[in-house]
Design a protein around this ligand. Structure first.
Ligand SMILES: [Ca+2]
Ligand SMILES: [Ca+2]
Length: 321
């Protein structure tokens, strides 16, 4: 329980009863308070032992998700499109964020961004990727900015963060289980903490990994303590108190595949327009399958911002497939 960090720990372990399990799965994650997280985190540990299959239509067991009779598979990746949604919902990260960050959206109750996802077959299972394409990197705050080699707090428009979860089918429990998790934190730069995690390194709320998001910088960590150590202790999660599920509503958010990018959209297939994605108050497009920098849904290309193609290529292995 120590991984949950201070303020979220406690001796609340024990068995996972059916009623509690239902409550966990039904957790909507929209701006719950710390007290709710306290309970969920404690229960989530027990849930790592046995994951609950997707319910509803369709029931995406292994045969349905990756079987020969796919209906439909518009991005032609060999994974049933309805199952892409179902698995993305099932494993949607549970972010612990600070509502003091400059990019906090009070109306939506989440960090401002276009929340995209993708899913493709991987080693007999499925790799699900989450792309919280944030409008802003707020930079750091306070006197520590003076300590930086280049000086300044380095805010910039457009912050491409990336999370991936590999899941495998467990026949003995008839459910999907995570086998590893990737968290982005200052990727492709100095002082990065980007890496794959074993599921046991994270805390789980039902089937959702609990991810600590550094205030303003949006870097992702497995615990509050590791967040506070991040990027030579410049990152902080001291004021993170909000729990927010990564929202999955439909294929408008699905990036598709390299062979069929965004098949659910009618415009430039390498790009996604802001009006096609829920929650984005802008009218520009982002070309995440190209080498272009991610501009924050309508900003200028700025130093500090990076594109998504490198994640899709080097982390997900999806470019050219
Ligand atoms: Ca598909
Ligand atoms: Ca797909």
């Amino acid at each position: 329980m120590s991984r949950s960090g201070r303020g979220l720990g406690g001796g609340l372990g024990g068995g996972l009863g059916a009623r509690r399990r239902q409550r966990l799965v039904a957790w909507t994650g929209v701006s719950i308070v710390v007290l709710a997280l306290l309970q969920s985190v404690a229960l989530g540990h027990a849930a790592t032992e046995r994951f609950i299959p997707v319910v509803g239509e369709p029931l995406c067991d292994h045969a349905v998700a990756l079987g020969a009779d796919l209906t439909p598979d518009l991005d032609r990746d060999g994974l049933s499109d309805p199952c892409e949604i179902a698995l993305a919902k099932q494993f949607a990260p549970a972010f612990v964020v600070s509502d003091r960050a400059c990019n906090w959206d009070h109306a939506e109750g989440r960090l401002t961004g276009g929340y995209l996802f993708g899913a493709q077959p991987y080693e007999g299972g499925v790799r699900v990727a989450y792309l919280p394409a944030y409008v802003d990197d707020c930079g750091w705050q306070g006197p520590k900015c003076l300590l930086r080699l280049r000086g300044g707090c380095d805010p910039h428009r457009g912050d491409s963060e990336f999370i991936a979860i590999d899941v495998a089918w467990k026949a003995d429990v008839a459910g999907w289980t995570p086998t590893r998790v990737f968290l982005s934190a200052h990727c492709f730069g100095s002082g990065d903490d980007c890496r794959w995690y074993d599921p046991s390194e994270l805390t789980w709320i039902g089937t959702s990994p609990l991810i600590w998001v550094a205030e303003g910088k949006n870097a992702n960590y497995a615990s509050r303590a590791s967040c506070d150590r991040g990027h030579w202790h410049f990152d902080t999660c001291d004021r993170n108190q909000k729990g927010v599920h990564f929202p999955i509503e439909g294929h408008a958010q699905n990036i598709g595949s390299s062979a069929q990018p965004f098949p659910w959209h009618r415009d430039d297939p390498a790009c996604v327009s802001a009006f096609e994605v829920p929650w984005i108050p802008f009218r520009e497009s982002e070309c995440i399958w190209t080498d272009a920098r991610f501009r924050g849904w309508g900003g200028d290309s700025q130093a500090g911002s990076t594109g998504y193609r490198r994640y899709l290529d080097e982390v997900a292995g999806w470019v050219g497939r």
